[in-house]
Structures are given as structure tokens and as C-alpha cells.
Design a protein around this ligand. Sequence first.
Ligand code: ADP
Length: 743
Amino acid sequence: MKIRYKIVIGIIVSLVAFNSIFSVFFIFYQNKNEHARLNAKIRDTNLLIEKTTADALWNIDKNRIELGLKSFLMDSEISGIDLNDALGINNFSYRKEEFTNFYLTPSPRILRMENEVIGKITVYYNDSVIQEKQNSFLVVMAVITLSMILLSTLVLMRISNKILSPLEVLVDGLKRVDEGDYSHRIHVKTKDEFKLIETYFNRMSRKIQKEFEDRIKREEELERAKLAAEKASNAKGYFLSSMSHEIRTPLTVIIGLIEIMEFTNLDEEQKKYLKRLSSSSAALLDLINEVLDFSRIESGKIDLYPQELSLEDLLESVVDSFILAAQAKNLEIYYFLDNNVPEMIISDRGRLRQILMNLISNAIKFTKEGEIYIIIKKIFEKERKIQLEFSISDTGIGIPKDSMDDIFLNYNRGQSNYTKTQSGTGLGLPIVKKLVELLGGSISVESEENQGSTFYFTINAEIPTLENRNSGNICLEGSRALLVDDNPTHLAILRTMLREEKIDVIDIPDAASAINFLRKGKDVQFILTDFQMPHINGLEFSRMVKEDLQITNIPIIVYSAQTHDIDRSQNPSISEIITKPIKKSKLIDVIKNTIQCEKIHIWKDMKKENKPEIIMDKQKFTILLAEDNDMNRETTSILLRNEGYSVESAENGKMAIQIYKKNRPSLVLMDIQMPEMDGYEATRAIRELEKGTEFHVPIIALTAFALKITQEEAKKSGMDDFIAKPVIPSELFKRIAYHLSIS
Ligand code: ADP
């Protein structure tokens, strides 16, 4: 409701209320006064009548009585008079015709003459006069009230034009500004405070309008800058991938030539230089891979390829690739999967591997002595969705508190002297962080300087529906093992692995105490012992058990990081040797074999099972190498020949097809980018030629563009495999051998 209506209603209500209350009080007060006056008048009148009529009544002078009484009837408030003598003979009664309501005096007055009752007088009064007075008062009050209402409404109308109209203008102005019309200005006609409000309002809306226009301008500029930045970023990505392509090509030649030179006659110094050359080119390759990866992640070009994978296999293969590096620094490396971690999950194997490789290589790089352990735990599982936590702990140099937040930022390398001596780009952890986020998780680090670091990361994965889990090892259940290891972490990991299989474990941290334990005739089904232990090592301990204690019926399994250190023939007391780090399934298999237990439903890696035996007479196989770069062609040809294959080479796709038609090679290594006819087209042509025949020559794509899209394109054109340049000779040979053996 508008203010002006509110004010009008308010005034009317208060006027009516005030006047009504006033009238009620006034009428009440006036009524009281009037009745008091009337009573006094009645008393006076009675006295006067007594005085004027007593004598006439005594003398029974009717004329005088009539005259006297009628003169009293002149009074408008007296409506009748009765006069009776004491004997009741002479009665006089006068009434005014117009009055019907008679107001009786409180009591008739007795008339006396010289103390003798001579009669009685009764006067009738009427109060209609009082009524009339009240009515006219009410009429006056009503008129006053109405006029006040009228007046105040008129005044208000006048005032509202002065006060409320500018207020309405202001309200309208605010509404327009609120709706985004910042160009709106208000104008009021008065010259009072509203003029000031007008000035401030207009000043304010002018400012807002300017701010708004500036903001729009800034946003436009920002949008332009963003587009330019995106363009630059795309250009950077394109530049990086082109550069990496350009660098990969000569790098292939360098790596190949280094490999070839290793087979030539070199003196010691040359061998030393060659080794450095080899490690530098490997580092360069890592660098290029990281830069390429980083640019792809930055531009959001990373796609995930979820697949079923065995976590234990993945960990084993990752850790395997670090065994030598860890041994070189005398570091122990363990891994452990919580019992409730599923054997198989669905995730991107390549990306998970990349994350683990990065974190483990950092752990080894920044640890001078001690151990590295990797633990996988399940955080939650719901309807086949699972969250896993990986932790990679080391006992290395640690990370200073102030750089802990920065290590996940781009190009951030630690500032310590030790860090500076280590190779690295500072891109590893930012890449890891992005990859972890791609896998639906997060990464964090806990570290204490000179104590070590633990990197935690989580991933979200799925559990495949048809999972063939290890269904338990009934024969091991309830058996008792003696576990001897001086390293408490390793002891704890093995103890947990064994207890998960319901094996009763007695763990003892040194061989001497273990001997004492056995000497007391304690019963165990098998002994599991570390090789490297202070004072008495694993071998000596086994010998003591078998020879000194004469316990021959308990199998002893020894584990060591360097199994080649142990000569089985010289140590008949040992039943089995396991290489560290110990994979649980391998450990359980070995234990079951040693204690002659039936294998019960252990999950098998189908890919491993299907792996063909690769033993062949390589000379029989001709490899067609299609490659336009002379240096690359030459290097790869030499490498292949050194490996024992016959090689034919082609400079482009067209030549490759001709050679294929003529010589029917056993396998084709096909470069993708070639003049005249590229690798895709040549492959399509070869597959066309094979149509309707039984032939299917394995074609492996070789390309410096290590992008997934290239891989997919290669597959579509009919290629069987894909190798990214620079080609690592050992990898190339493995792939060739594999394809030859299955074709
Ligand atoms: P770099 O290629 O330099 O190793 P990263 O991104 O992998 O790059 O690591 C960034 C920095 O984080 C390293 O230079 C190092 O200072 C620190 N850092 C990473 N991992 C560890 C670790 N396990 N122990 C100590 N410092 C580490």
C-alpha cells in the first residue's frame, strides 16, 4: 500500500478514535452536571411553589393557585404539577400536552402552615432537554470530525505532492537502477532535502554506470586476452609436440647408434664415454616425454583408457624396473597391498603406472639410505565403486616445511643442495598431481627433513564384475611359520601377508634368538628368513638349523634383494629363494610348493599365461623397414641385422608396397609420416592386397608423435602395434619377437 494511503487511513482512524473518546467522556461529564443542576432546580422550585401556593391553598383561592402553578409551567423543564390538600378534596393537576415522559421528583413535597400539614405538591420534570443537548453535541462533534478528516486529507494531498512525489520519483529511480538501467537519472521539483537526495542519487548512478561500463570493457579485454592466451597455449602445445617430434627423430638415431657402438671394439675410456652418452640420451628422452606429457595435460588433451588390471602385477612390474636402481644405492624396496584391496580393478593402467613410476623414482632419487615402501589401502567400496589410497614412503632427505606446498607447482624443484645435484625438470609432481586428479583422486605429502617423506594419493576405480579372486589357501590355514628379519617394516609387512592367509606367525628379529626358539623344540611348519641380517645371515642361519640343530624336516625359504648372491648348490639347507620385493601371491605359491600343498584357485594373469615362448631362428625372418629418414633407416637396419634379422628397407609407402608384393616380408616396421605415401595409406593398401588370402603381415607403426590419436589412427588403418620414437632397441626387439611368434 502506498504511503499516502497509509497516512490518510492513519489520520482518519486516529481522528475518529480521538473524537469518539472525547465525546464519550464529554457526554458522561455533561450528563452528570445536568442531572445535578436539575436536582438543585427541583429543590429550589419546590420551595418556591410552597411559598407561593401555601397561603392560597389554605384559603382555597383556586384562581391564585391556578395562576401560580401555571406560571411555573412556563419553565421548559417542568412538564406538570400536582397539588393536593391534606383532606384530598381540592386537587389541582396541570400537564404540558407535548410531553409524554415525566420525570418524577425524588419525593413529593409536604406543604405546611404553622406546623400543620395542609397538602402535598408533586412537580414533574422532563429530561428531554438534556437528551437534546447531548444529541446536538454529538452532531457538532460529528461535523467537527468530518471537517477535520476533510481538512487533513486536503492538507495531506497538498503535502504529499511536496514530500511523497519526490519519494516516489526516488523509488522509481532505485527500481530502474536495480533492473540494470544505470543511465537513469531522477529529477525532483522541490528545493529541499529531496534536491540533495536527487544530487546524490544521480552522482551514485553515474558512478555505477561508469564502473559497469569499465567492467564490461575489462571483461571484453579479458575475453580477448583469454582467447589470445588459449591461442598461444595451443600454439605452445603444437610447438612442444612438433619440437618433441623433431627431437625424437635424431634421438632415435643417437640411441640406436649408441646401441650399435656397444657391439664394436672400444677401449675402456670410450666405453665410459659411451655409457655417459647412453645415460644422457635416456635422460633427454625422459625430459622430452615429460615436456610432452605436461603440454598435453595443460591443454586437456589427455584421455583415460580404463581397463582391467591387477594391482599386484602392476606394482610388481613398476617395482621391478627400479630394483637395479635401488640396489645400486643399497636401498630396500617393499610393497604391500591390504587384504581388502581387490585383486583386479578397472582403471587407466598407463596413467597409474606413470604416477607410481614418478613417485618411486623420486623416492629413490632423494633417499641415500634406508628403505622405500609402497602400501595400497582401500578407503571405501560401494556398489563396485572403490577408492584406493596409495602411499609411497621413503627414509630420504625429506622436504622442508616451507617448500611442501610448492612442490606440486609447475617447474618447482627443491632448493636444497642435494636436490640441486639431482637431475630433474620439476615437472614430475605437477604431472602426477594432474594425473591423480584425472583418476578422480587427490595427492598430498607428509615429510620431515632428514627423516623421509610419504606421498599419499587416492584414485577412484571400479571393481570388474567377473573377478576371480584368490579364494583362500585352505592347506595353509592354521599352519605355523617362523619369520626371521632384522628390518621391522619388512617383518611387519610379511607378518601381515602371512596372517591374512590365517598362518600363525612367530616373528623374531635376529637369527640367534630364532635358533634359541627352535632349540626349545618349538613346532613350526616352515621358516621364512631374510638373507641380509647382521651377525648371522640367512644362509648361515639355515645351515645352523639343518646341521647344528639337526632339524631337517622344516623347509627354509630365504629371501634376498640379490638372489644371484646365493649359490643354491652350495646351500642345500635352503628349500627356496625369493627375490625382494616380495609379491604376496608369489610368496604364497612358493610356501605352498615347499610344504607340498595343492594349489587352490589362484588368480592368473591371462596375458601372462598367453605369452608365447619366443625362441626362433631370426635369420629366417625378413623385416621390411619403411622409413623416410636416411639416418633412422640406416640405424634401425643395423640394429635389426645385429639382432639377427634380414632387413629390407623402403623410403616411402609406395616402395614398401612394392617390396611387400615382391618379397612377402615376415613383419613391417612402418613409419607414419613419409613422402609420396604415408604409413596409414600404405598399410591400408597392404591390407587390401591381403584380402581373400590367409596372409596377415604384422605391421608395427613407428612414429615420433606419441599421441593417443595417432595410435588410434594407426589401429584403424590396419596396423597391429605401435612404437613411439625414439625407439628403445630392447623394446623394439621384444615387440618384433612377440608378433613374429604369434603370426
Ligand atoms: P624433479 O624432476 O625435480 O624431481 P618433481 O616434480 O618430481 O621434479 O619434484 C619436485 C621437487 O620435489 C624435487 O626437486 C624435490 O625437491 C622434491 N621432492 C619430490 N619427491 C621427493 C622425495 N621423495 N623426497 C624429497 N624431496 C622430494
